[in-house]
Design a protein around this ligand. Structure first.
Ligand SMILES: [Zn+2]
Length: 178
């Protein structure tokens, strides 16, 4: 009886292993939103030839400045320490207001468009021609980049001052008692 139950258990385990080994179509399509292929920006730059001419989706932070051109706008999108130039229509980027710098974080965006390893329209540069630009999160202006450090030191100094005062008072009291 016991061995039979054990055997059933083994058969069920094997069935689970076999089922999980079959790639499910749902899992495979998770990386594709519409007809765009999701890519990490560093990967896109590194394997530019493989992605050339493909419809790509990237997520990153808008940094630097918005450069207006007669036929569109240039944005710089940064992710994983690598930035790429994104060429978009002025209307598509009108909602983007925060541009990241050393002291602030830019808006987080999802860009879907056509990737060019060497764009014929833009002097043979690597770029992404946006078809949609979606803001995912607002950036944050941080004019006082060292504020957290300043707050830490203020609290630390205040605490050490209080501690010293308390110790001094304790010693004075002990001296009086003794
Ligand atoms: Zn271009």
């Amino acid at each position: 009886m016991k061995t039979q139950r054990l055997r059933y258990g083994i058969v069920i385990s094997i069935m689970f292993i076999a089922l999980s080994a079959i790639p499910s179509p749902a899992a495979a399509s998770e990386n594709v939103t519409g007809s765009y292929k999701m890519a990490a920006i560093p990967d896109l730059v590194e394997k530019a030839s493989a992605y050339d001419g493909a419809r790509i989706e990237v997520v990153g932070e808008v940094v630097g400045d918005k450069l207006a051109r007669p036929d569109g706008v240039w944005l710089t999108v940064l992710a994983g320490g690598t930035a790429i130039g994104v060429f978009a229509s002025a209307g598509d980027v009108s909602g983007i207001s925060a541009f990241g710098s050393y002291a602030s974080s830019g808006d987080r965006v999802r860009v879907q468009g056509v990737f060019h390893r060497a764009c014929p329209d833009h002097g043979g540069d690597l770029d992404l021609h946006a078809e949609t630009v979606t803001k995912l999160a607002d950036g944050r202006a941080a004019p006082h980049a060292f504020a957290p450090a300043r707050v830490f030191w203020a609290v630390a100094l205040c605490l050490s001052g209080t501690t010293l005062a308390a110790l001094w008072r304790l010693r004075e009291r002990r001296r009086k008692i003794g």
